[in-house]
Design a protein. Structure first.
Ligand code: ACM
Length: 269
């Protein structure tokens, strides 16, 4: 399978311009699966909910989604992309799995980062894995990486590849994702963005360094921090079926969930 990411710098609020840029780059690519950054078409640093609502789209009536679906059809590939989603009076920091047949699945970010809490509603949909051919795809978004429960839940559902649209600003994630991959024996593709976003409330610099990690925690490829990068490589998703870490240890089979019941309790300890 040929899988990878496109790291670039979306321009804030320029949805159509960002879409045209993505389409013009991906139109020449030979791939099966491509991951794009979080909020790839709107940009990231929203002032407030009202501003999100001005730029967000309902995926069922979205020219962005329709154009991406047409691209997937034309190229016979699958895309995972960050997307500012409007759903009635709510808005979510979402990611979409789109294929030649159109929109396949939508995930709403469960763990909002910092001032995202002022702009988006919290995700309200169970984590889910989807099949593209024989390959099982899980999605999580950026700051979800801190919560090991997310990647674990996707692995337990059989994800071979965790697709991870991101707009990272802290320095920890890229290295931590080696562990997320290793502890679950899954591939991960983190698609981050580059550049500086200057808004009235301040500025944010994104850390780039998008990467592809193998189920043994091996870093297969990492982009530079501030260079636009398209990277597609051959991977064998079947490697993620082997959950052994020694001859006698299996990272999923050896779990003792009866001793972790606290993980599913809401109350503080
Ligand atoms: C982040 O979740 N965008 C840091």
């Amino acid at each position: 399978m040929r899988a990878g990411f496109y790291q670039f710098k979306p321009l804030f609020g320029k949805v159509d311009r960002n879409l045209q840029k993505v389409i013009s780059v991906l139109r020449d690519v030979d791939a099966d699966l491509i991951v794009l950054p979080e909020l790839a078409f709107t940009g990231y640093t929203f002032l407030n909910r009202r501003e999100v609502m001005q730029h967000a789209e309902d995926p069922a009536r979205s020219t962005t989604v329709d154009s991406l679906a047409a691209l997937c059809r034309e190229k016979n590939f699958y895309l995972v992309t960050g997307f500012a989603e409007k759903s009635k009076d709510k808005c979510f920091n979402s990611s979409l799995l789109i294929g030649p047949g159109g929109l396949m699945h939508l995930y709403r970010k469960l763990h909002l980062f910092n001032t995202e809490k002022n702009c988006f509603d919290e995700g309200d949909i169970e984590l889910q894995v989807n099949s593209i051919g024989d390959v099982r795809i899980g999605m999580m978004i950026c700051f979800d990486w801190v919560f090991a429960e997310v990647s674990r839940s996707l692995a337990l559902q059989g994800a071979d590849i965790i697709c991870h649209p991101s707009n990272l600003v802290l320095s920890y994630c890229q290295q931590s994702m080696l562990t997320r991959s290793l502890e679950n024996r899954v591939f991960s593709i983190t698609a981050n963005r580059t550049g500086l976003e200057k808004r009235p409330q301040g500025e944010l610099k994104f850390t780039g360094r998008s990467q592809i990690v193998a189920p043994d925690g091996d870093l297969l490829f990492r982009a530079a921090s501030q260079r636009e990068t398209l990277h597609i490589m051959e991977i064998d998703p079947r490697r993620a079926h082997d959950k052994s870490i020694t001859a006698l240890n299996d990272v999923l089979g050896d779990r003792r969930p009866e001793f972790y019941s606290i993980l599913t309790q809401r109350e503080e300890v």
